[in-house]
Design a protein. Sequence first.
Length: 112
Amino acid sequence: MIESYSFGKIVIDGKTYTSDVILYPGKVDDSWWRKSGHLLQREDLKDVIKYNPEVLIVGTGAYGLMKVLDETKQFLKSEGIELIVEETKKACKIYNELKGKKKVSAVFHLTC
């Protein structure tokens, strides 16, 4: 469960993270780094795809500066993965609402 989010910081299950994270069922990866900082590309999600989520939530940062390429959106659609893209604060709320109801993974950009 995501307990809180503020610029540059997210608290998940009592642990504080200060770098971008991927949430898998039962696991948090805080070493996530994208090929091109503010551009989410297909290859940035290769490990996420292995978990075969029904839904992928993308938190685009406090001000929504991270963008999802159209080809990435199309790839996820072709894999049958529902994509939800929102600023990180709203994305965290959506994650908490869907967790336990669907097989959900999430990627969160914590700053800009």
